[in-house]
Design a protein around this ligand. Sequence first.
Ligand code: UD2
Ligand code: MN
Length: 607
Amino acid sequence: MVYFPVRKCYHVAKICLLLLLVVSLLALFEHYRGGKRATKAELSDPIEAEYERQILEDEARIIPGLGEGGVAAHLLGEDKRLGEESEKKLAINVHLSERIAYNRTLKDHRNPACKRVVYDAELPSASVVIIFHNEPYSVVVRTIWSVVNSARRDQPWYQHANFVDRDTGRTMTLGYPGQDPNSPLVYLKEIILVDDNSTLPELKGKLSHYIRTRLPPDLIRILRLPDRVGLTRARLAGARYAAGDVLVFLDAHCEAQRDWLRPLLGRIKHAPHAVVVPIIDVVGASDFYYSVQDPAVFQVGGFTFMGHFTWIDVPEREKKRRGSDISPTWSPTMAGGLFAINRAYYWELGAYDEQMAGWGGENLEISFRIWQCGGTLETVPCSRVGHVFRSFHPYGLPAHSDTHGINTARMAEVWMDEYAELFYLHRPDLRKNPKIGDVTHRRVLREKLHCKSFQWYLDNVYPDKFVPVAHVHGYGRFSNPGSGLCLDTLQREAGSPLGVYPCHARLHATQYLALSLAGQLRTEEDCAELQYAREEDVNEVGRRVLMVNCHGKQRGQKWKYLPSGQLQHEESQLCLAAGREAGDDARARPCGPAPDQRWRIDYSRDN
Ligand code: UD2
Ligand code: MN
């Protein structure tokens, strides 16, 4: 038997205990410092060490407080100039973005009523899928932080950690930014970044290093696609990889508001066939100003037959149906980039058309499909996410390919029935064009799901949509037989005068006008209204006719087609007269026998 002195044993135990205490204190310190820093092993790798150096340099350039709360941020002098230059090139003021904290806070812009909503403690889990191709590094990092931070604030422990101090009346926050920054985020299962084959080097190793060393471990995956596949297929790739109950898609230049996720998850839990979108707020591309005019007012999605998404006011009928300002609000379409859908339902409903390349078209496709195949598309007003709207695509798209047109034609072929013709009117070159490819499998899907017709969609989901062949006295070309000129928008922008141009042999989008049952002389979106000039002008040159937003309220936009073939403006009693030459403005003059006041409408009830 080995003799062991009791005294020595006591000393050893004391030292062990002391060591244990030091180690646990160190561990605790690391733990509370938040995130995981680069380990020694990582830093001994020269490449990783270089990323770390660059990131520390980036962090040192951040100006504390700049843009905090979502206010507009500005730089001065040389930095201002560099910022403007970067915006010209990249459609976002990237130089400024690099100076704003990646995890800046945002003012809470939610409708105050949202704070009183109680969500189920048990909600489905979310996989947030963020796709990107050559997006600015700092903007992508800020997008990720906003999702992580907002998810941290959703945690039950965080909710309980906020309380009002009875003595001071001040709100006390216990622990944020995280009593335990590494504790699992209950509703946010994962963030999947899909790199659609970016070529910018900082989106590769440096971004991976940043995520590994500064964000919660095991939360974020990066899927690197070996080829550029376009945004539809990039989202598909992310969706295939996802394991959460709900898929939540975001663009890579977003900032989520506080508590944006639970309203979406809560709605889907109760209505699994509801596809939901947050209110999409505008984050300024030049100053990162998170702007909200009125928290209670927002718009939903519409579309044009040209195949573009538009914003429309919430129809009065829908305001009544939904019940309250913060209830889910039906939306005829979605913008495309930000939405949540039950994952099983996403696949059941046909996910996406995987033959859509590049940019565009997938948003109207999924919108029509959701409604026609038995789902609902809703804006959930208590969820708000900011998005940087850019004035151009900073990234190149596959050379010479008009992906928006081709994708939209694929959509129209499958979902729009006879109304596809209204799209082809704008794009006659795509009619029966082999570039569109084969859509048989999508038509099979439509049959399999017993989806309803586009007519049903128009009648039931979007009855306010002006359909230029349905709600009209007449439509097509408005031609003046004497001169051979036709009314023509001349591709001028909204608010410009209506003009005339030699009639095209076939109906052409710029000469496609309609006289609606409500007496509007209009295109799909704009209505003819008189420009009021000085009184004495009327007899000589007449008044110009501006194509402006249809308001449907005042008499100023009301016209009558007289048996004589004249188009009379109700309020002024003036008649529309053709100009003399191609490119002239049409004018309203006192009605008379002049031949330039006669109009023939291609398809008319009165012809
Ligand atoms: C809108 C949508 C966008 C998409 C598009 C129609 C919003 C706010 N945005 O245009 O999500 O539905 O309409 O197609 O609803 N990207 C790739 N690969 C590409 C091209 C783009 O991954 O080849 C990424 C891009 O980095 C971005 C996302 O796709 O994160 C959307 O592109 P965008 O921001 O240029 O589109 P946006 O917002 O103008
Ligand atoms: Mn976008």
